[in-house]
Design a protein around this ligand. Structure first.
Ligand code: SAH
Length: 232
């Protein structure tokens, strides 16, 4: 198995980017081993997830659980997805024949998934309906020196027409069915990854745009918070 140990980060940041104990590099490397056991193969992604300090995307009281195989509360009744879900959704974008340049994310939340996307793709536009999430997410991106992210307080059901078409769209909350507005904002060969369905179990779905419309395929059962209408 590849050794994903990476060099230690900054030691004097107020964000404790380096981590200690349950947030240390050793703990992060264990998360990477678990992801490999769960079938994640993309080496670039695994290396990246070993580096990105997932614990700074949580409140301090929960940061020691950041690298466990679970989803975690981030306030406003929302959750940070478990590492495998973040990894698999991102890996599906890396499996596209050409690497997408411009990616739209819906549901910024803590900003963890956004940070992962930002390190892999040229331009990331992320929409969030709850304004309370944005200041902290911005501070985290600054601490990690991520500068290719554009955040908007907006309803993701509408997408972001101003910057469409997108090579890829990743939705981190579940609509009952695939929103047509978002399919329309995909480029000619664009791909959208999203959970679809109501209630306890939804299907992680890949929508691929083509000349005659689009095709959908189901990847795995997942459990996400619902995609909700309007901004607050
Ligand atoms: N990607 C996030 C996951 C957050 S949970 C992370 O890594 O932390 C899902 C997020 O989607 C929540 O922040 C929720 O407020 C947001 N959301 C739900 N419906 C939305 C909508 N219509 N438009 C934009 N964001 C939405």
């Amino acid at each position: 198995m590849t050794d994903y140990r990476v060099t230690e980060g900054q030691t004097n940041s107020p964000w404790n980017l380096k981590g200690i104990g349950m947030t240390s590099q050793r703990t992060r490397n264990r998360m990477i081993e678990r992801l490999q056991e769960q079938g994640i193969e993309n080496e670039e992604l695994l290396t990246l997830m070993a580096r990105v300090p997932r614990h700074i995307f949580l409140d301090e009281a929960l940061s020691h659980r950041a690298y466990e195989d679970i989803s975690l509360p981030i306030g406003h009744q929302q959750t940070l997805s478990r590492p495998w879900v973040v990894a698999r959704m991102t890996e599906l974008l890396l499996e596209m024949p050409e690497r997408p340049d411009k990616v739209l994310e819906i549901g910024t939340g803590s900003g963890y998934q956004t940070a992962i996307l930002s390190s892999l793709f040229k331009q990331v536009i992320s929409l969030e309906r709850i304004s309370g999430f944005q200041p902290k997410a911005k501070q985290r991106f600054q601490a990690l020196e991520l500068s290719n992210i554009e955040l908007h307080h907006a309803d993701g059901y509408e997408g972001w027409n101003e910057k469409a078409p997108f090579d890829a769209i990743l939705v981190t909350a579940a609509p009952a069915s695939v929103p047509a507005t978002l399919v329309d904002q995909l480029s000619e060969t664009g791909v959208m990854i999203l959970p679809v369905g109501e209630g306890e179990e939804q299907s992680l779905t890949r929508v691929t745009r083509n000349e005659s419309g689009h095709t959908s395929d189901v990847i795995a059962p997942v459990h996400f918070v619902p995609l909700q209408q309007g901004v607050v």
